[in-house]
Design a protein around this ligand. Structure first.
Ligand code: KG4
Ligand code: ZN
Length: 348
């Protein structure tokens, strides 16, 4: 089965073709960074307009690379939420129209389920069950995952998502947009003994997070110690250390709680090298294993949507009607098999 994946939830247009029989994958990604950089963040209307320009040319490029025609596609998976509603509607409208024209099934995919399953695109894919740490620009969640569509939320952020905390702190340090990778790069030059930032909420039981205070800590540190290059690098390092240590402590709790030996880490922040090293070490010390997506599929991409959609299409699911499905908000628990709600209406 050849499944076309379309991702347009934010500032990246991702298109991929996934073949369920041999796992073959062709994909293209177009990042809108150059468009949003002068505004210091994503401008939703500009994002939607650019997705309109890019989706069809990228689909044609992917089909050409895969050497197949449109009529050889067996199904279309598109991100139907959560994300920017206008951006989502672009992918959803094109996906739905194309599926209608080709008379093939379409399925709306949850963006975070796409991230969650991205490590399956590795040669050494994790088996179920596992603990998943989802860390992106909009979400920070610890989940117990027993299978596709069997998700239990163990903890989540009460305020900023980890990626958001990276981005906001980077902005305060004048590192521009996108901030996460820039802050991580600056932290490499930082001295890890100079400042120690708090590990939020680790003294309380449970697996929830709070990251909004760390950016204030960073700005106060700069205000007190100066905004020279070394102080900024040292603050960036202390920020990153605090985030990684906090995530590690909560992952340990989730592993203790479930008794699982496998930890899947996904979402944009799973590209962070220090986080990957720390969680690899954690799992080694517990005789378990950490799994990450391939580096290129940590941040938004079409491959994860094609893969997640393919699994759901193989399980017999598809959009039940021709409604164009897009949801700005969409709790992941609604994906659970028992309370499945794949067929949803457009809402904001
Ligand atoms: O998953 P993603 O591409 O988009 C969302 O679904 O939100 O995640 C983007 C987030 C951004 O906040 C970005 O700053 C962060 O992931 N990010 C990183 C790194 N690479 C991306 N944060 C820390 N270190 C990185 N290397
Ligand atoms: Zn994402």
């Amino acid at each position: 089965m050849q499944v076309l994946g379309i991702e347009t939830s934010c500032d990246e247009t991702g298109i991929a073709l996934y073949d369920t029989d041999n796992g073959q994958l062709h994909h293209r990604l177009y990042s809108q960074v150059d468009i949003h950089v002068e505004y210091g963040g994503v401008v939703p209307e500009l994002a939607s307009r650019d997705h309109i320009r890019k989706v069809l040319p990228l689909i044609n490029e992917v089909l050409k690379a895969a050497k197949i025609n449109k009529d050889q596609i067996d199904g279309i998976a598109y991100t139907s939420g959560p994300g920017l509603i206008g951006a989502l509607l672009v992918g959803a409208s094109i996906a739905r129209s194309l599926a209608y024209a080709l008379n093939i099934p379409a399925i709306g995919v949850h963006h975070m389920e796409g991230h969650l399953l991205a490590p399956m695109l590795c040669d050494h894919a994790p088996e179920f069950p596992f603990v998943a740490l989802l860390v992106s620009g909009g979400h920070t969640q610890l989940m117990e995952v027993k299978g596709i569509g069997e998700y239990e939320l163990l903890g989540q952020t009460l305020d900023d998502a980890v990626g958001e905390a990276f981005d906001k702190t980077a902005k305060l340090l004048n590192l521009g947009y996108p901030g996460g990778p820039a802050l991580a790069k600056l932290a490499e030059q930082g001295d890890n003994t100079r400042f120690k930032f708090p590990r939020p909420m680790v003294d309380r039981p449970g697996m929830d997070f709070s990251f909004s205070g760390l950016k204030t800590f960073a700005i106060n540190t700069i205000a007190k110690h100066g905004d020279d290059a070394q102080t900024k690098a040292d603050a960036a390092r202390a920020f990153e250390e605090a985030v990684v240590a906090t995530l590690m402590i909560k992952c340990r709790r989730a592993l203790d709680h479930t008794g699982y030996k496998r930890l899947v880490v996904a979402g944009g922040v799973s590209a962070n090298v220090r986080l990957r090293c720390a969680l690899n070490e954690l799992m080694q010390s517990r005789q378990g294993q950490a799994y990450f997506p391939p580096q290129e599929f940590c941040t938004d991409n079409g491959a994860m949507i094609a893969y997640a959609g393919a699994q759901r299409l193989l399980a017999g699911q598809q959009d039940s009607d021709l409604t164009i499905n897009a949801r700005a908000r969409w709790p992941m628990e609604e994906l659970n098999i028992a309370e499945r709600q794949i067929n949803i209406k457009t809402e904001d």
